[in-house]
Ligand binder design. Structure first.
Ligand SMILES: CC(C)(COP(=O)(O)OP(=O)(O)OC[C@H]1O[C@@H](n2cnc3c(N)ncnc32)[C@H](O)[C@@H]1OP(=O)(O)O)[C@@H](O)C(=O)NCCC(=O)NCCS
Length: 194
């Protein structure tokens, strides 16, 4: 990427889901489920201030590194997807903006219907095929079985298991898992599944 402007990967569709940039009109709907205790139980950032969310939503389409999206089904927002472009690690001079980090949140009444997996897949598609990224990672609390399952169903590879790495208000120190996928792995995954 190295500073070159890249067109937004959104909108995109997959079966009955539309992935698109968020607008001011989405803020109320997003807040309603982002701050739902059932949804934010495992999130590092639990409660989100309404003004912060509004600012983040409106800034995202202008950002050269934030390619977050909302997920719409039948005219209703059912999930949010997060895709941040980041620098890889390494010695001075390494290429910048080559990697991505993904995340997702699904409205509790839309859970267990494949929305989380479809969102992770759409984010990987956007990262590799639209933004030309090299490597994408995602982290989850090891106890968050649904999120771990989403990453595995989306085809990501477990790379790291960190013991007692994340503090949880009710559960104490929890283990964390990190998953990754390289562009070439994405290509062979697509070949195998299409
Ligand atoms: C994690 C989350 C995104 C999963 O989304 P989802 O739309 O329910 O996921 P899917 O329907 O694609 O299901 C994926 C898998 O997870 C399983 N799953 C979903 N919810 C589950 C739950 N509460 N308990 C156990 N397994 C669950 C599904 O059965 C499916 O597994 P399978 O492949 O064995 O059938 C959603 O529950 C959520 O937003 N949780 C709160 C926010 C969060 O934790 N985000 C991730 C932060 S890292």
């Amino acid at each position: 990427m190295d500073g070159l402007p890249v067109a937004s990967p959104w909108p995109a569709t997959a079966s009955d889901l539309l992935f698109r940039e968020a607008t001011e009109a989405d803020v109320e709907a997003l807040l309603a489920f982002r701050n739902d205790p059932e949804v934010n139980r495992f999130m590092v950032r639990t409660h989100v201030d309404p003004e912060d969310l509004r600012r983040e939503v409106l800034a995202s389409p202008m950002s050269p590194t934030d390619y977050s999206c909302v997920v719409e089904r039948d005219g209703h927002v059912v999930a949010m997807g997060f895709l941040d472009v980041v620098d890889g690690a390494g010695q001075p001079g390494h290429p910048r903006g080559t990697d991505g980090v993904i995340g997702y949140v699904v409205r509790s009444d839309a859970a267990r219907q494949g929305v989380g997996t479809a969102t992770a897949s759409a984010l990987l598609h956007a990262a590799f095929e639209r933004l030309g990224l090299r490597r994408v990672t995602a982290r989850a609390n090891a106890d968050n079985v649904a999120s771990v399952r989403v990453l595995e169903r989306a085809g990501m590879r477990r790379e790291r298991y960190a013991v007692q790495a994340l503090w949880h208000q009710e559960l104490g120190w929890l283990d964390e898992v990190e998953y990754a996928l390289l562009a070439e792995e994405w290509t062979s995954l697509r070949r195998r599944t299409s």
